[in-house]
Design a protein around this ligand. Structure first.
Ligand code: OGA
Ligand code: NI
Length: 350
């Protein structure tokens, strides 16, 4: 068995350039990663470095606000998953404590007369903007500019994923048209030196819910991915400007478990504050997830029945937040609710 190594760093620019050999090589490398653990990093994408820098600056500016001001946009005040999430709100890993991270959830701006809002589609509603952050207009503008840029990148990554399956790069257009995606500004405070590594997590071991996640990290490490064959945790070192791409449970299910949605976690032992911005691409809520082409052998039947993006992601949310709530109420971890045949037993996040 080859020694485990961190997810490879792939140059995505060949997706845009004309060199068909380089493009085929990229597709082949992505395919290998999908089979192995569903994680890779990409450089050479089209999200401008300056925009990444500005968005990280927005994130810091938000988290620097006094707690009372952040709580004015508490995400518990709405049902569509937008706004501020306090430290210790989530608990993804059974047996560990509530997580040492705070977040701001952002998505496409969905006004209250939009069909998605009226039909209570996944995470659909108006963003909850901080009113007291300095340069408020620039904050909103930069945040949405970044959101749209990463949305485009997610579509391109899905184009490559389609090609790894031997179908046209446009295959996922019905999934990406009208897609729901959620971005989070995350802040992991420095954990004290002597914190019990077994119990304290920035984010507990989990898999992501949706189709794909694109993560921008600052320069502070802490993200680790589980190497299933050896049981070792591998560091996913920050590479300036790169995105960590990983497949979520929805994609694994559609790929009939041939592609992996892998377990990962964050422990911020750096002694420094850490900021990251994951972008969770779920897909069009009404898209019916079914076994993808070329994901089963001759005569093999699909492992999972059809399910909508909406139903799959909603079920995952219920489970992970239920666990944090019961912990806070001093109860034992409940048995995970019966999820619609999730491909993995690990908890999930989006
Ligand atoms: C997540 C996640 C990693 C990070 O939010 O699901 O895995 O580095 N985040 O913040
Ligand atoms: Ni994650």
């Amino acid at each position: 068995m080859p020694a485990p190594s961190a997810p490879p760093i792939l140059d995505f620019s060949s997706f845009y350039a004309g060199d068909s050999d380089a493009k085929s090589k990229l597709i082949e490398e992505v395919r290998k990663c999908c089979h192995y653990n569903g994680f890779f990093q990409i450089t050479g994408h089209r999200v401008a470095a300056d925009l990444q820098r500005r968005v990280m600056e927005c994130s810091r500016r938000f988290f620097d606000l006094p707690l009372e001001e952040k709580l004015q946009i508490d995400k518990n005040r709405n049902t569509f998953n937008r706004g501020y999430e306090l430290l210790r709100s989530q608990m993804l890993e059974v047996g560990t404590g509530p997580e040492l991270k705070e977040g701001l959830y952002i998505g496409e701006e969905i006004p209250e007369d939009h069909p998605y809002y009226l039909e209570k589609k996944l995470n659909s509603g108006p963003n909850q903007w901080p009113q007291t952050v300095s340069d408020k207009d620039e904050f909103q503008k930069t945040t949405m500019e970044y959101y749209h840029a990463v949305f485009e990148l997610a579509k391109d990554v899905l184009g490559v994923l389609a090609q790894t399956l031997g179908v046209e790069s446009t295959f996922f257009d019905p999934l990406t048209d009208g897609a729901v995606a959620t971005m989070r500004y995350l802040h992991y405070p420095a954990q004290p030196e002597d914190t019990d590594e077994k119990l304290n997590r920035g984010i507990g071991a989990h898999t992501d819910f949706g189709c794909i996640t694109l993560l921008l990290q600052d320069e502070v490490d802490g993200l680790q991915v589980l190497d299933a064959p050896t049981g070792q945790w591998l560091d996913v070192k920050p590479v300036p400007g790169a995105y960590v791409v990983n497949l979520g449970n929805l994609f694994m299910r559609m790929a009939n478990d041939k592609y992996k949605s892998n377990t990962h976690r964050v422990i911020n032992k750096s002694g420094r504050e850490r900021y990251s911005i994951p972008f969770f691409f779920s897909g069009n809520p009404d898209y019916i997830c079914e076994c993808l082409p070329n994901c089963r052998e001759e005569g093999e039947s699909p492992k999972y029945g059809p399910i909508t993006v909406q139903d799959m992601v909603t079920a995952s949310y219920k489970e992970s937040y239920g666990r944090a709530e019961s912990y806070k109420q001093g109860m034992k971890s409940p048995k995970p609710e019966l999820l619609p045949t999730l491909p993995t037993v690990a908890a999930a996040s989006a």
